[in-house]
Design a protein around this ligand. Structure first.
Ligand SMILES: Cc1cc2nc3c(=O)[nH]c(=O)nc-3n(C[C@H](O)[C@H](O)[C@H](O)COP(=O)(O)O)c2cc1C
Ligand code: SF4
Length: 422
């Protein structure tokens, strides 16, 4: 299959601007700049593209929410990529940066922004270098700066490097951090489309989302919408990791693969020929599934119907020898560490969840603790300022739902039989 997003897998050195141009690079911008901003927004809406950052919201619809006649307005790119098991945006930025930058230019033109900011995960120094070089080359060729392609449109792109907080991937905490403030989520509404960066209308999109824009313009919205399923259109990069033989990024049309295809055909199966015990479809932040979900299709609706979320499609596989109590504890400790502390259910809930899970994992738990965990997690769900509270409850709730007996056995035996080799 020809890749539309991970084009570096088909074309050596596509990160070089000359190679990118020789392979059709910046032609979509030439087409787009002759369209009106509204025509581009309509095309992106018609393409069915949904945001690839996790929430899966229609990109064209989000752009259309910007109020008319309020300027300046901004495009902010979410390149914070901090979800455990997610490493697709990094590959795009390091190996196919011009398609991403072309996507930013077309999108900024569509929303009539003259400034775009890339909020880049601080731990990605090589991505920062690749992007700095690509932006400088795009300037030199007239794709950025004043009078882009001899029109009166101008755009500057600024890279801002984060400082290592997972919560700064949440769009409003990201805006706070970009403004130089403490990275904590804002109360919504107002939404960033009306009151965003520096109080101005702002669109925030993920790296992979924007990398889909040049193919949409180049091939046309209708052709793009034929890729995937009617409700989950386009190509998607699936990040596969955990106990698999060939972890990595795999691009496929949404809905064209099942978990089984991804794990066994593309990922070479489970290490040591072991069985799949649990699947985390969206890193640590969506409820886990079991091997019963192996034949579920990888699109937004099918994974939701199976009881979880596709999110950013970072599929982590746990094999039959993994202790789920230990796995839930590790993920909960991560969320406790990353909670920004602004709201009580998340700040207190993550603390107590981690503490009870540690107790059970250490062999000091009681049977009543299992219900206590479920109770704390349920009270967090839907009651926090931002979705991190729900994310933090997911590992505990999902693991108890599918593996309650393992929790109870830890309590009865006062230890973990898997780690003790029994
Ligand atoms: C705690 C938390 C962390 C997030 N981290 C990221 C991230 O690293 N990258 C990302 O693109 N979106 C992340 N999101 C989702 C963003 O808030 C937002 O929905 C997304 O950037 C919108 O872009 P899209 O519409 O193109 O998907 C996160 C959300 C939450 C609640
Ligand atoms: S849910 Fe957690 S991370 Fe989100 S605002 Fe509340 S305390 Fe902060």
């Amino acid at each position: 299959m020809k890749h539309l997003i991970l084009r570096d897998l088909d074309i050596p050195n596509i990160a070089d601007i000359s190679v990118y141009e020789k392979n059709g690079g910046y032609n979509a911008l030439r087409i787009a700049i002759k369209m009106t901003p509204d025509e581009i927004i309509q095309a992106v809406t018609k393409s069915g593209l949904k945001g690839r950052g996790g929430a899966g919201f229609s990109t064209g619809t989000k752009w259309s929410f910007l109020p008319k006649n309020i300027f300046p307005r901004y495009l902010v790119v979410n390149a914070d990529e901090s979800e455990p098991g997610t490493f697709k945006d990094r590959q795009i930025m390091e190996r196919n940066p011009h398609q991403f930058i072309e996507g930013i230019i077309i999108s900024a033109y569509a929303i009539q922004a003259n400034d775009a900011y890339i909020y880049l995960r601080g731990e990605f120094p090589s991505a920062a270098e690749c992007l700095e070089r690509a932006i400088a080359d795009a300037h030199a060729r007239g794709y950025l700066g004043e009078n882009i392609l001899d029109t009166d449109y101008r755009l500057l792109i600024t890279i801002h490097r984060g400082a290592g907080a997972y919560i700064c991937g949440e769009e409003t905490a990201l805006l706070e951090s970009l403004e130089g403030k403490l990275g904590q989520p804002r109360v919504k509404p107002p939404f960033p489309a009306s009151v965003g960066l520096y109080g101005k209308p702002t669109v925030i999109n993920n790296v992979e989302t924007l990398t889909n824009i040049p193919p949409i313009i180049a091939m046309g919205a209708e052709a793009y919408a034929k890729i995937g399923t009617p409700k989950s259109t386009g190509p998607k990069v699936f990040c596969l990791s955990g106990h698999v033989n060939r972890p990595g990024n795999y691009e496929a049309a949404l809905g064209s693969l099942t978990f089984r295809d991804l794990i066994f055909d593309l990922g070479g199966g489970v290490r040591g020929g072991k069985k799949v015990k649990a699947i985390l479809p969206a890193g640590a932040s969506a409820p886990m599934l079991t091997d019963a979900a192996l034949d579920v299709k990888l699109d937004y609706d099918s994974v939701a119907a199976a009881g979880s979320q596709l999110g950013s499609a970072s599929v982590i596989v746990l094999d039959e020898d993994t202790c789920v109590v230990w796995a839930a504890k590790k993920m909960t400790q991560f969320f406790k560490h990353e909670s920004c502390g602004k709201c009580t259910p998340c700040r207190e809930g993550t603390y107590w969840l981690a503490r009870i899970l540690e107790r059970i994992d250490d062999g000091a738990g009681q049977i009543a603790d299992v219900d206590l965990i479920a109770n704390v997690a349920e009270q967090m769900t839907g009651n926090t300022l931002c979705p991190l509270g729900d994310f933090a409850a997911a590992p505990a709730l999902g693991s108890i739902k599918h593996f309650r007996e393992e929790y109870e056995r830890h309590v009865r035996e006062k230890s973990c039989w898997m780690r003790n080799g029994k």
